[in-house]
Design a binder for this molecule. Structure first.
Ligand code: TC6
Length: 719
């Protein structure tokens, strides 16, 4: 779909029409081919403008078509026809020109952008490369280093940066199509020889080999096993070293490898999953369609520890007035300084004034009387939180939403402390709260759809992947994490070292293995939670093994480490040793190895050889099995919700699509078989027992992940 009109007598105007983002579907490509032909064959037309309808130029190739058989005209000959035209073709870029959209613009002779437009080649984030000639044209236009940066990161640039880089020829604050038509009139009839990017030589940096070597090392370090960034470097190298036609061949070859890879499927799945979870739905059927969010202008944060500080910053940065409450004067002063610093640094990055005057500080909870929403972020102690909720109910104006940032406690119990439990939801942020992209919005049986809608909308405004989940211990993320960590402890008992476990998980693609991560986060946090749950009881005296709790296997290893005052980086030792308290570089610790050997000897455990595969299967499949239980319990609406939580909040490698997608890639039958194997070997670990949803999915032929909801629905209807 592309509309053709003639404007100002001699300009052919082609408008892409495919809402919402004018993606280059087969119909759009056909429309472009036809309208370009019409414009070029019309003797009255002297120049052409291509734009997109509804304020967006083009969001790129239609990702929904990727899994299907290719129909319609291919992109590359279409771009060549535009570039080879003997009449100037001008791209009028409003909104976004991304991926194939920017490649289309690069095929044009001139590019005019609106000042608010964003441009980029984000194919790498979908496991691909700009294979409609983009990897060959962009380096010819802006040079190798800048093209490498854009193509390997997929980052979007503003119109101002695009102008500076030389991607666009002009930026306008006014109507972009009008500006482009005006421009097209001025260039009509001029020579286009220098404007065809594919015919230009690629600028040659002084030490090409060193440049590409460095670029390759950089992407390999940050890619964590993703193959697309590596292919992007190879494609740009082809642009720098080969004639255009041969470079294009290389681009095609590399794309063919990526296109059918599991990684591209995983990344495209996550792209759609992120958008699907934004269209949340509660078990009652409530969703955006039925629930209008409340307007929130003023918010309060109670408790200014690390989490409270980050939440204050996140809320202030989206334009809210925030009342920040901390009862301890010393902590209040410390927090004020930290919050101001974060706001100043954030504003500097964005080139705006720091919104310091939007935050007011108080030691008195009465200061929240006129806010629309409160987020409680006090210490993770039920008694204290209950007290705060009682006070809030007495102080806040009617209708104020009361949110808790608890990471594991029962939010419904907190709701019971208020006369209006429908106004209570969980907003579980991840540390640092103004940086991390995930928000779990937790609803209880009495939370109103409007309260959920409001929290979801606030999360969206803060730029977070917000996922609505039901209430249970640990919600989705931490409930699954507990089993992953538990397996890691069991593996230490059986003969593994923290180094071995971390190596296997980091090779898989996690930025940090479980032990390195736990040293960073602080071991004392989990210790406190286990103590409050009564797990960390010295019960050896009663004759019961310390390795059994509630009739199941339990590993006290982490508790014993904490008893030594080893809380991780902050104390200079944990699962590893550090040069000093606060040190960042983890080194193997002989003390820890000797502790593990003594521990095993004390409990009659014989260390055996454990390989990376067992580490992955035990840690990941235990966690995936819990994911199936979460779906069975209706805590998460679908596998996409779990996967988005893990990719955005827990460092799950994006190119593996999230734990549930990964299970479908491995094969559900294999996951089931391995869980049965490990459960047989460890009958005292109930979490390894395959759950009924997994068995049912396997029995129904292991349907693809987007069809699991049908099986879950059937299961729920039979309960
Ligand atoms: C083969 C040769 C090489 C070329 C490769 C490429 O071009 S690869 C492509 C490279 N391009 C990219 O990677 C760009 C990907 N897109 C984006 O980054 C953003 O969508 C945006 C910035 C364009 C608009 O942001 P925003 O917050 O305003 O909106 P939003 O994000 O909520 O999306 C609205 C709806 O549009 C849908 N949809 C979006 N794009 C596509 C698409 N290309 N296709 C199909 N659908 C697409 C999206 O799913 C959603 O659908 P829903 O849920 O309503 O059913």
């Amino acid at each position: 779909m592309a509309q053709y009109t003639r404007v100002s007598g001699i300009v052919g105007l082609i408008t892409l029409q495919n809402p919402p983002v004018n993606a280059l579907s087969a119909a759009v490509r056909q429309g472009i081919v036809d309208t370009v032909k019409t414009a070029l064959s019309d003797p009255q037309v002297k120049s052409v403008v291509i734009c997109g309808q509804n304020g967006i130029f083009c969001g790129g190739a239609d990702i929904k078509e990727f899994g299907e058989k290719m129909f319609g005209p291919p992109l590359i000959p279409m771009m060549h026809a535009i570039e080879a035209a003997d009449k100037p073709v001008v791209a009028a870029i409003e909104g976004s020109a991304l991926g194939g959209g920017l490649e289309l613009a690069l095929g044009c002779h001139y590019r005019i952008a609106h000042s608010k437009a964003r441009l980029g080649l984000p194919e790498v984030t979908l496991g691909l490369l700009p294979a409609a000639g983009g990897s060959q044209r962009l380096p010819r236009l802006i040079g190798v280093p800048a093209a490498l940066d854009l193509i390997t990161t997929g980052r979007h640039v503003t119109a101002a940066e695009a102008l500076q880089l030389g991607i666009v020829d002009q930026v306008t604050d006014h109507n972009t199509v009008d500006a482009a038509v005006k421009f097209a009139l001025t260039v009509a009839g001029q020579s286009l020889d220098a404007r065809r990017i594919s015919t230009r030589p690629c600028p040659q940096p002084s030490d090409l080999d060193a440049l590409f070597e460095e670029a390759m090392q950089k992407v390999r370090r940050s890619a964590r096993g993703a193959i697309a960034p590596v292919a992007c470097v190879q494609a740009v190298r082809a642009a720098a070293t080969l004639p255009y036609a041969l470079g294009l061949e290389r681009e095609k070859e590399l794309m063919a490898t990526l296109f059918t890879s599991g990684q591209a499927r995983a990344l495209q799945y996550i792209f759609f999953a992120q958008r699907a979870v934004g269209r949340w739905r509660m078990p009652s059927g409530a969703s955006w369609d039925t629930s209008k969010p409340r307007p929130i202008n003023k918010a309060a944060v109670i408790g200014l520890g690390t989490m409270g500080q980050g939440i204050t910053v996140a809320l202030t940065q989206i334009g809210l007035s925030v009342v920040a409450i901390e009862t301890q004067e010393k902590q209040l002063m410390k927090a004020k300084q930290a919050i101001s610093g974060m706001l100043e640094r954030g504003a500097k990055r964005r080139g705006v004034a720091p919104p310091l005057d939007r935050v007011s500080y108080s030691q008195n909870i009465q200061a929240v009387a006129d806010v629309d929403l409160v987020i409680e972020a006090v210490f993770e102690d039920m008694g204290l939180k209950m007290e705060v909720f009682q006070q809030l109910s007495a102080v806040c104006k009617p209708g104020t939403l009361l949110c808790t940032n608890t990471s594991a406690l029962d939010m419904d119990q907190l709701a019971s402390e208020t006369p209006n439990p429908e106004l209570v939801v969980g907003m579980h942020f991840f540390s640092p709260a103004h940086v991390m992209k995930l928000l779990e919005v937790v609803y209880g049986p009495r939370s109103s759809p409007q309260a959920v809608a409001t929290a979801m909308q606030l999360g969206k405004k803060m730029g977070k992947a917000s996922v609505a989940v039901g209430n249970c211990t640990g919600f989705v993320g931490n409930r699954m994490l507990k089993l992953y960590t538990e397996q890691a402890f069991f593996l230490l008992e059986e003969g593994a070292t923290p180094e071995l476990v971390d190596e296997a998980l980091e090779e898989f693609g996690f930025p940090m293995g479980v032990f390195r991560m736990s040293d960073l986060a602080g071991l004392d946090v989990g210790w406190r939670i286990r103590k409050s749950a009564g797990l960390e009881e010295p019960i050896e005296a009663s004759g019961q093994s310390v390795r059994i709790r509630n009739g199941c296997r339990y590993s006290p290893i982490a508790d014993l480490i904490c008893e030594q005052g080893r809380f991780g980086q902050k104390t200079g030792s944990g699962w590893y040793q550090y040069d000093a308290p606060g040190g960042r570089v983890a080194r193997s610790d002989p003390w820890l190895h000797s502790f593990l050997a003594k521990y095993r000897a004390r409990h009659g455990l014989v260390a055996r050889g454990i390989d990376h595969q067992e580490v992955l299967e035990r840690c990941l499949y235990a966690m995936i099995n819990e994911g199936f239980r979460i779906l069975e319990d209706g805590i998460a609406a679908g596998p996409e919700d779990i996967d988005v939580i893990y990719v955005f909040g827990y460092g799950w490698p994006r190119h593996r699509g999230g734990p549930m997608f990964y299970a479908s890639m491995v094969g559900l039958a294999k996951v089931l078989e391995r869980l049965e194997h490990y459960h047989h070997a460890h009958p005292d670990v109930p979490s390894l027992q395959p759950c009924s949803l997994l068995k049912r999915l396997v029995a129904s032929g292991s349907p693809p992940v987007h069809r699991w909801r049908e099986v879950i629905k059937k299961l729920h209807s039979q309960l």
